[in-house]
Design a protein around this ligand. Structure first.
Ligand code: AMP
Length: 217
């Protein structure tokens, strides 16, 4: 299985990717997670990416493509993968097609999690992530049972630095301008599937399973 997850920040891509990983035994490749790890480790790549990330802009294609190329050449990708947060613009999508050609792989689907623009601000500013296990909650739409404590492992829930109102509105504009054109790009390739992302998490996961079954047949 080789899938791209498309959707605005806050559409639930990360949440669904984790569920697909558990169900299908594939891996999730999130460029946002890879970049945050590089920032936390203080690597040169992390330092170069930090300013763009803090202001809600895209990190340069060179950095992101270098990272993806290295990741897709690792052995654990043979079982399949879900790309989460990549590609983010047309240049990255074209570069991905080129890279997959070199690796003699094809992308099977781009699955879009569709959410009305108005819902995204609340989803993002309410988002909380477990510092220990990465589980995702939302103070408004999917709260943890005890405030600020992870239901899954009891770890502390933290808010991402870029989930504040100013950065969120920049990230949403960047999505509209740079990432939304990928919907037409993958529709033209006959690889686009749309899922209504406003429904309960488990209903969306079931629809992912249906789409993946359809994709295989
Ligand atoms: P995410 O966790 O996917 O929302 O990404 C967080 C931030 O990392 C984004 O706002 C960008 O600054 C950066 N980022 C993640 N993926 C990419 C990408 N494919 N291209 C450029 N920047 C990215």
């Amino acid at each position: 299985m080789r899938i791209v997850l498309l959707g605005a920040p806050g559409s639930g891509k990360g949440t669904q990717a984790k569920k697909l990983v558990d169900h299908y035994g594939v891996i999730q490749i999130s460029t946002g997670d890879l970049l945050r790890a590089a920032v936390a480790a203080g690597t040169p790549l992390g330092l170069a990416a930090k300013t763009a990330m803090d202001s809600g802009q895209l990190v340069s294609d060179d950095i992101v493509l270098g990272m993806i190329k290295e990741r897709l050449n690792q052995a654990d990708t043979q079982r399949g993968y879900i790309l989460d947060g990549f590609p983010r613009n047309l240049a990255q999508a074209e570069a991905l097609d080129g890279l997959l050609g070199e690796l003699q792989q094809t992308l099977e689907a781009a699955i879009l999690l569709d959410i009305p623009f108005e819902d995204l601000m609340q989803r993002l500013t309410g988002r909380q992530t477990c510092a220990d296990c990465g589980a995702v909650f939302n103070r408004f739409t999917h709260p943890s049972k005890q405030p600020d404590i992870c239901d899954a492992c009891g770890g502390p829930l933290i808010q991402r630095g870029d989930d504040n109102e100013a950065t969120v509105s920049k990230r949403l504009t960047v999505f509209e301008e740079q990432t939304a054109p990928l919907i037409a790009f993958y529709a033209d390739q006959g690889k686009l599937f749309r899922i209504d992302g406003t429904r309960p998490i488990d209903t969306i996961t079931e629809e992912f399973h249906d789409v993946i079954e359809r994709m295989k047949s």
